[in-house]
Design a binder for this molecule. Sequence first.
Ligand SMILES: Nc1ncnc2c1ncn2[C@@H]1O[C@H](COP(=O)(O)OP(=O)(O)OP(=O)(O)O)[C@@H](O)[C@H]1O
Length: 268
Amino acid sequence: MTDRTTAAPPPVLDVRDVTVRFAGLTALDGVSFTVTPGSVHALIGPNGAGKSTCFNVLSGLCRPAAGTVTLGGTELTRLAPHRIAVLGVARTFQNIVTTHGTVADNLMLGRHALTGAGFAATALRLPSAVREQREHLERAREIAELTGLGAHFDSPVALLPYGDRKRVELARALCLEPRVLLLDEPVAGMNAAERARTAEAVGELRAELGLSIVLVEHDMGLVMRLADDVTVLDFGRRIAHGTPDEVRQDPEVLRAYLGTDAPGEDAA
Ligand SMILES: Nc1ncnc2c1ncn2[C@@H]1O[C@H](COP(=O)(O)OP(=O)(O)OP(=O)(O)O)[C@@H](O)[C@H]1O
């Protein structure tokens, strides 16, 4: 059973001089930042700044024209997405919210990559396979508790409110036992109460699991509350980096957001 909750701190995730081009457009232009082990590192910027492209590079969906991404000493840049996931980098997607099966079904899908028992052993219900399934189910239940979904573990996802359904995605990613979690707009589309619950869950799981989190989010209230470090992108370039307080007052950031205004609470 792979359970990394008691493991050593996560390895450093290092993004170095990453450039991505789409036809004539430079979506990322020599972007660098380092995610300190156990920190929440927010990636912010106006629409089209390159945040999703950066996530796609980190999770292996997009190959950069130049630059590297390393986790500990391991280069991730040319690896397939499932290899990167197994190495400990899991992600959620901005717009994917499942409607199939129960919460438990979805979380067990998330455990799939960690399942050691082969198809035949599982189909024949060999004792080792049954035991392994039971352990995975227990761990899935713990993760549901941690993300505020414990009461809904056996509920069909389609019957849950939107905020809970979106948190199923978060829980499913956690079922991979990542050391680095990439959260792509985890509160998008949620109402105020759902946002607060999700923010609380992210804070708790970071404290409990000790993982590093890279957060892309337009809700600046959430970013300022949760992040230790903030990297600000604009037109594919890194224009600022620092603590939430530092970037909030950075003139380049003020210019990028709304002309001269600071990125205020809940600003897009
Ligand atoms: N597959 C693609 N083909 C062509 N251009 C793309 C592709 N993906 C992204 N882009 C362009 O790259 C730039 C960066 O887009 P990206 O989606 O990374 O920005 P973003 O910061 O995530 O924006 P948003 O906040 O709106 O999600 C944009 O100009 C976008 O139109």
